[in-house]
Design a protein around this ligand. Sequence first.
Ligand SMILES: [Zn+2]
Length: 414
Amino acid sequence: MSHADHADYCWRELPEYGARIEHPRLRQPISLIIDDPMPGYNPAYFHSGFRFGPARIPVSLVDEFADMIERTGIRGKFSIVPYPIGLGRVDRAIEGVSDVERRYFLDEIRDRIAPHMDITPEALTHWNALDLKTGQLLPYWEHVWSRSQTTETLIPYITLGLEILNNVDIPCRGVTSPWDFGDGVEDAYATAILEAQRAVYGRTFAWYFLQMDGSSPSVPPRLSVFDPAKGEAVVSVVTCDSNDFGAAVWGGGRPNPDALISADGQSGRLVETLRNGGSSAFHSHWQTMFSQGTYSGMNALELVAQRLETYFGPRIAWTGCDDLARYTATAAAVQLSAGSDSTGLRLSTPFACPRFTLSQAESHPVRDVHVDGKPLTRAASRAMFDQDSYLVENGRIYACWTLEGEQTLSVETA
Ligand SMILES: [Zn+2]
């Protein structure tokens, strides 16, 4: 674990001001991505060509999952497939799923999961592509269809997914790619995501999940669209695992939590990337949580969360994907200049960012730290260090607050 104490990966060094952008409240962000949830049906059954059943997932899984994330504190992203398997829209009716069940699924996600995980659509069907003009399914998968698309044809497709979830009062700041939807046309796809967010919400910031990287030492999010002057960014949240640790359960096998973190906390892909000091995002699936009705995948995920708590505890923080994406774009965009008084630093950002954390060398004992004249509370220890506080430790001053627009950070010395 020695590497994390001397992290070789930082968000950004600003040497001309003796400053460094740190991880939010000095904790490495960790995010869980759950793909494929849909009311009523088991995606594994369809995606395996009907080999691995059962066809249905009982709606009680959503309660069990909400209980589990409340117990563990897990944060990240949770999909809703807006037009599952082409059988109907989640805001209207789905063939073979009762309205009571469909509404219960959406209500539970809105009330119990959305407070912890960012919700995203996953294109439309996670099945054959939908012809938006005729409302009929096309004779190829959505990801195959995506390869021959342009920004112009992708915009309405992504927009409809956002609109369907918005119609059931589930706003989404990002999107998930079914299979590898958008791969090969990623620039057009990222631009279309931005334009869809603009069309539905008037926003100029978005993120998405498409890429996985199971081998690099660190796997930070990537900036796919980045135009701070226009206040525009689209961030690709990349997972550090290239396979779902529990995928074997779809066909009746056993999950492999050790692939993420072993029982002794010494090996696994999350251990590797966290030891290298960066953020870590990893992914699993709704059908893994279900595990053909045994919940073995969900139990294994809870074990992963417990092991992370045991071996990394206060060094990490479960983080929503939107916050992770926003932090990445802000760290890249923020501009520093000397403030009007000699102790101040002027910061300017096009993106608002909660828990923005900046450190500077401490030259004299610190008496007070202010943001635009408003005092931050001194934190007695790292454990107390959070939003609107500052910490003095080992010759550095750390400040954590919501960075937005133009602000001045001033440090008064004794
Ligand atoms: Zn998927």
